[in-house]
Design a protein around this ligand. Structure first.
Ligand code: HEC
Ligand code: HEC
Length: 335
């Protein structure tokens, strides 16, 4: 490293330790430098999701009703909200390693959160759906999820309902035949575009020096310096690229080959979408197979597998403290 970088890093270290010991004058200085460095990698979540400007309130209302609609599953037992719980301020997940479908059979992958999903560059762990609309068409017909036989059956149920015909008409006022499978997915997507988290970390990025405590600031600094932002970057701190799990040291579970199933390219073996770390403390367990039980374990494994680094307990604690500052201020885990 050249002298300039060395000076920068050592002065950061001094200022950070000053911050930890609580020296007021220097805390301000340090926090400003840290904020500038953070903003180069991570930006506040926008107020709205891409596409939300065009969503009518009536489309969002319909989408919300459909998100909770159990009749969209073959035996009337399951809605989107069974695996991605968003009511009662929950975090868009079921907090299970893998989820049970309508028939009680479990899938192979962990349910990711629907919160902020509309900010991601593609949907699913392997990115096989290009957006929320394409994604929403999947689970209803997936035999281990909601297991409906076909699109026609879904549309038939919606048409036979007392309320849906009116609601679809209001949601898609320009269309002659508004009840169809595509519009079902469009409405659900419109609702999902309202699911944005708000956290203390964004308050910090936007200028509130008191939003994070000393340990969280230290964790943020570590997150930026140790290399996590090579992959977890941008406003969603992830959700915008594919990377191999086990880049430097292999991941123990090799059952799921990842994105290679979508592209057929050798290069995509064990590659998954880098998950967003917004709200991550509430969405345990972790990884595509739900095998990392808590955040400490996920952080420790990440540093070792992806960066070849063995973190101390102290470092894991501060990184975990920082990740906790990314939790939505009002939401909580399901169990
Ligand atoms: C039985 C549980 C289950 C049900 C019901 C279910 N999902 Fe999912 N969902 C999953 C799982 C598991 C994944 C990840 C699958 C994968 O990546 O291969 C997923 C992925 C997603 C994603 C992608 C998120 C991301 O970060 O990539 C979205 C969005 C989503 N589901 C929305 C919905 C909607 C909308 C419904 C209702 C129409 C629904 N889900 C019903 C289990 C479920
Ligand atoms: C080379 C890219 C890369 C680097 C560097 C990296 N990660 Fe990850 N991270 C990923 C990928 C890919 C996944 C998803 C892996 C999977 O489940 O298959 C992931 C998953 C996670 C998860 C679990 C999220 C969830 O919802 O399941 C956490 C927490 C996490 N990373 C934190 C970190 C931290 C902290 C660092 C720095 C110490 C870090 N990561 C460095 C690529 C990376």
């Amino acid at each position: 490293m050249n002298q300039k970088t060395f000076l920068m890093i050592s002065s950061m270290a001094v200022l950070l330790s000053a911050a930890l010991s609580g020296s007021a004058a220097e805390t301000t200085l340090d926090v400003a430098a840290l904020r500038a460095k953070a903003k180069a990698a991570i930006q506040p979540l926008p107020d709205k999701m891409p596409g939300a400007d065009k969503d009518l309130p009536t489309t969002v209302t319909l989408g919300q009703k459909l998100y909770f609609e159990k009749r969209l599953s073959v035996n009337g037992k399951q809605s989107c909200n069974d695996c991605h719980l968003v009511d009662q301020n929950r975090a868009g997940v079921d907090n299970e390693p893998t989820s049970k479908g309508a028939h009680g059979k479990r899938g192979d992958r962990n349910s990711p959160t629907t919160l902020n999903a509309g900010f991601h560059f593609a949907q699913f762990w392997d990115g096989r759906a290009k957006d929320l609309v394409e994604q929403a068409k999947g689970p209803v017909l997936n035999p281990v999820e909601m297991a409906m036989p076909d699109e026609k059956e879904v549309v038939k149920r919606l048409k036979a309902d007392a309320d849906y015909p009116k609601l679809f008409k209001a949601a898609f006022p320009a269309e002659n035949k508004p009840i169809n499978y595509n519009n079902f997915a469009r409405a659900v997507a419109a609702f999902e575009r309202t699911l944005i988290t708000r956290d203390r970390f964004d308050d910090f990025l936007k200028g509130d020096d008191k939003a994070l405590n000393a340990q969280e600031l230290q964790g943020l600094n570590l997150f930026l310096t140790v290399g996590c932002t090579t992959c977890h970057v941008g406003p969603t701190i992830g959700g915008n690229m594919y990377q191999k799990i086990g880049l430097i040291h292999p991941y123990a579970n090799t059952n799921d080959v990842g994105r290679i199933k979508v592209t057929g390219e050798e290069w995509d073996q064990y590659r998954f979408k880098v998950p967003s770390l917004r709200n991550v403390a509430l969405t345990y367990p972790y990884f595509h197979d739900g095998q990392a039980r808590d955040l400490r374990s996920a952080v420790k494994q990440m540093a070792y597998m992806q960066l070849g680094k063995e973190l101390t307990d102290n470092e894991i604690s501060s990184l975990t403290a920082f990740l906790n500052s990314l939790s939505d201020k009002t939401r909580k885990a399901s169990q």
